[in-house]
Design a protein around this ligand. Structure first.
Ligand SMILES: *Cc1c(COP(=O)(O)O)cnc(C)c1O
Length: 372
């Protein structure tokens, strides 16, 4: 087999696939003179709410801000404990620390990599106010179980959906069983703009209204009701996201097709492959395998021109040196998190991979001496 180069992201190819439409949308925004809080942002919010099946959606300038502003709008702050997982991108915990609240970590289910609902109750204290399930790698967390615990203990639920737009549970939609859903549109996510962007989708109108004030310096119009932030989604990004939102189901289907090919071809290789829960629509933001020799496999692939990455190389509670004194509370051991960290490897996974590239990744892994 001839050597190829397979990178980890396909966003430039994605731009080329829509170039005339995107270039026109960008130049239309530039000519309109409306760059911030203009019509593109408003239209995108309506379309995103419709796509999410939520009452409203509010654009903000990143997934991190989406989380922090949702927490603020729901009245969370210093003294409050918020339960989440340790196997997530740093920003999930960072947003909790940014509002002055306490991060409490529980372990995940080693099959789905999502929060293990059976571990949540032991972490609840009188100060617990919210649970933040992360829909990791493209698959929704078990929201029915999470929502049931939240209801029994009168807790808020904020979904970190930076990675799973377009995914579904077996009998629930993301956004249906929570107070707010937070999305990220940084380019490497399944729906990406050309820079930073994010949004909060919610069925609670008062939450959306508060985020609209918070993202704009605490000001609904001219007067300032409170301290806020400068965290709006620019119209240029919104115009691009409107075009891409129309493609997201098709792109996610292509990710699912590539995942099915990896699943089939790698079934007899000595790797733990990802598992989609029965009835769930997994959208494979990442295709994560586990190996006893993860570093060996990653280096072997690199030598063959294939970039694979680790998500996440350091768990939240293992991050070192918070000079500002933030530390996660870990009420019970996190054996699944700690066992997974040195083993996980994300293979190339994006809709723009060609069939030749998918086959090259498969053939290369099958030629790896550690394949077992
Ligand atoms: C990307 C990501 C975020 C943060 O989003 P940004 O837009 O980069 O601020 C938060 N949580 C998770 C799980 C993410 O993957």
């Amino acid at each position: 087999m001839a050597d190829m180069k397979v990178g980890f992201y396909g966003h430039v190819r994605q731009y080329h696939s829509l170039k005339p439409e995107i270039d026109k949308a960008i130049s239309d925004v530039l000519e309109s003179g409306a760059y911030v809080m203009g019509p593109q942002g408003k239209e995108f919010e309506k379309e995103l709410a419709a796509y999410s099946g939520t009452r409203d959606a509010v654009g903000v300038n990143s997934g991190t801000d989406a989380l922090a502003l949702a927490f603020k709008a729901l009245g969370l702050g210093p003294g409050d404990e918020i339960i989440t997982v340790a196997n997530t991108f740093f920003a999930t915990a960072e947003a909790i620390w940014l509002i002055g609240a306490t991060v409490v970590l529980v372990d995940h289910d080693p099959v789905t990599y999502n929060i293990d609902p059976s571990k949540i109750e032991a972490a609840i204290t009188p100060r617990t106010r919210a649970i933040v399930p992360v829909h990791l790698y493209g698959q929704p967390a078990e929201m029915r179980a999470v929502a049931k615990i939240a209801k029994a203990h009168k807790l808020l639920v904020i979904e970190d959906n930076a990675q799973s737009i377009g995914a579904r549970g077996d009998d629930f939609a993301i956004g249906e069983l929570s107070d707010a859903v937070c999305l990220s549109f940084i380019i490497q996510k399944n729906l990406g703009c050309f820079g930073d962007g994010g949004a909060v989708a919610t069925n609670r109108q008062e939450v959306a209204d508060r985020i609209r004030i918070l993202r704009n310096h605490g000001s609904p119009k001219r007067s300032h009701h409170s301290l806020g932030y400068n965290s709006r989604l620019d119209d240029l990004h919104a115009a691009v996201l409107r075009i891409k939102l129309r493609q997201i189901d098709k792109w996610n289907d292509r990710r699912r097709s590539i995942a099915a090919q990896y699943d089939k071809a790698l079934a007899d290789v000595n790797l733990k492959l990802p598992t989609a829960k029965a009835g769930y629509r997994h959208v494979y933001h990442l295709y994560v395998v586990e190996s006893d020799d993860r570093d060996g496999l990653q280096a072997y692939l690199k030598g063959k021109g294939i970039i694979a990455q680790t998500h996440y190389p350091i768990a939240i509670h293992q991050q070192e040196g918070y000079p500002w004194g933030c530390k996660a509370v870990v009420p019970a051991p996190l054996p699944n998190t700690e066992a997974g960290v040195p083993r996980v490897l994300s293979l190339p996974m994006y809709p723009e991979l060609t069939q030749d590239e998918v086959q090259y990744v498969i053939d290369t892994i099958k030629s790896w001496p550690g394949k077992g």
